[in-house]
Design a binder for this molecule. Structure first.
Ligand code: NAP
Length: 293
């Protein structure tokens, strides 16, 4: 990612600010003293009110009410959005509908720069419905004529959750033992998005893949074990443990992606897994009965 000296000083709009990625973008923007407007469906929710208490302007929106979206994006300098998690094909349709409605609104409001939180691998269709949906939104955004940047995060480090069993750190994933999982911290997704929105960084080609680390299951387990001062082991599970076809397709794709190593240094200052474990003050979860710890 190239660093730039220009800096946006106007309002930055964020969709999903009460969630993980959007929340991390707001944190990074406020750290840099930016003016932030959050597009929220419920301005009275605890999370929305917490944003307002930190100086974030709230704009009430409904994704099925185009006028509310366009009004919320009026006169902003930049806008970023993610799309809600989809666990079924019906939710994938909803995800695309929300994504395209947000692009249409950005066009209507003449937003100068839009950053879309896509997903690693969404440069093309790969047969993973809730990733191909991001590819479709990327295409729609590219064709909109807006200045657009795609950020494509790998799986979040926050999702990798080992357990403590009988005094041992145990990590189980439906991923072969020798496949290195690409990962990024949500904090870094927010920092990269903020830099792009503020114009202090630019993504060559209009897209940036976010991978802070890539490690095999045994090495991930070892990193958590080292932090906890405990032995650690990895158990590769069968894909059949996953309840949804969508997630089975996704983990198949994670294994394929492992065949193509990434360069975590391509985006400077992202946390690797041990760095994330330290930065978050991760501690081992409650022990399962029969523990020696
Ligand atoms: N998990 C991973 O490892 C990973 C990695 C890469 C990409 N992704 C992608 O990341 C996306 C999820 O991002 P996230 O984890 O930041 O989401 P999240 O924490 O679940 O937050 C969702 C946000 O979207 C808002 N929202 C949902 N539906 C809405 C609607 N109809 N109208 C207005 N606001 C709505 C929520 O608002 P409320 O507070 O009102 O609910 C909340 O702010 C998914 O598309 C997923 O595929 C995930």
């Amino acid at each position: 990612m190239a660093q730039q000296s220009t800096k946006t000083t106007g309002t930055i709009a964020v969709f999903g600010a009460t969630g993980r990625q959007g929340g991390a973008v707001v944190d990074a923007l406020l750290d840099r003293k930016a003016t932030v407007r959050a597009l929220v469906r419920n301005p009275h929710s605890g999370r929305a009110r917490a944003l307002a208490a930190r100086g974030v302007e709230l704009a009430a929106i409904r994704t099925d009410a185009p006028a509310s979206l366009a009004a919320a994006l009026m006169a902003v300098e930049a806008f970023c959005f993610m799309t809600p998690e989809a666990n079924t094909l019906e939710e994938v349709e909803t995800e695309i509908r929300i994504g395209t409605a947000l692009v249409d609104a950005a066009v209507a409001a003449g937003v100068p720069h839009v950053v879309f939180h896509s997903v690693f691998g969404a440069d093309r269709e790969r047969g993973v419905p809730h990733h191909d949906s991001k590819h479709a939104i990327e295409e729609y955004l590219r064709k909109s004529g807006l200045r657009a940047t795609m950020i494509r995060p790998a799986p979040f480090m926050e999702e990798v959750a080992p357990s403590l069993e009988h005094g041992e750190i145990v990590l189980r994933l439906p991923l072969p033992e020798d496949a290195a999982l690409k990962m990024i911290s949500v904090r870094d997704v927010g920092r990269v998005a903020a830099a792009l929105l503020l114009g202090t960084a630019e993504a060559p080609g209009g897209a940036v893949e976010l991978v802070g680390d890539e490690l095999t299951g045994p090495r991930i387990a070892a990193a958590f074990g080292a932090r906890a001062g405990l032995p650690a082991r990895y158990e590769a599970l069968s894909l059949s443990v996953l309840p949804s076809d969508l997630d089975r397709a996704m983990f198949r794709e994670f294994a394929k992606a492992a065949e193509h190593p990434s360069d975590p240094a391509a985006v400077p200052s992202t946390l690797d897994l041990p760095g994330w474990i330290r930065a978050t003050g991760w501690t081992a979860p409650a022990n399962v009965a029969g523990s020696r710890a």
